[in-house]
Design a protein around this ligand. Structure first.
Ligand SMILES: [Zn+2]
Length: 151
């Protein structure tokens, strides 16, 4: 499922800079979560909690750095980019609702088809589609160095 999702998030829409790679890996990881729910496993809220609590086997090391700010090139494929990237997607979905969230994903892959895109453009699209200011959400879940407290 992860690699299938990369057809759109990573292959068709390519990151502008390496710091934008969370957009690919976060969404491909989130696709795994959506698929697990679809198959009757944990739902995405439960998977989010398992990542937050560290009980999911793939959550190890996710708090090492913010997903949109790997400290150096060698770390762009480290757990925060994947696990915390997926958590950002889940938080956006919670904030904007399912209809707007999936509209954002379809619009993103359509607007940037066979091109490059970056984090600022994704945030702008989320805010534009939802009509909500999402600065705090992205500050806390995407850019914050520390593990966010429960909100
Ligand atoms: Zn991947």
């Amino acid at each position: 499922m992860h690699e299938l999702a990369h057809q759109w998030f990573g292959n068709s829409v390519t990151p502008r800079k390496w710091k934008d790679i969370w957009l690919n890996e976060g969404m491909a990881t989130y696709a795994e979560w959506l698929w697990e729910e679809e198959q009757g496993g944990r739902n995405t809220d439960e998977i989010f909690e398992d990542f937050y609590d560290g009980t999911d086997s793939e959550s190890e090391g996710i708090w090492a750095f913010p997903p949109a700010d790997p400290p150096r090139a060698a770390r762009v494929s480290d757990p925060p980019v994947y696990g915390r990237g997926a958590m950002v997607m889940h938080k956006v979905r919670e904030a904007v609702g399912d209809e707007t969230f999936f509209d954002i994903l379809r619009t993103w892959t359509r607007q940037h088809r066979h091109g490059n895109a970056d984090t600022g453009q994704f945030i702008a699209l989320c805010e534009g589609k939802s009509g909500k200011k999402l600065t705090k959400l992205f500050d806390v879940w995407l850019f914050n160095k520390k593990k966010p407290s429960r909100m």
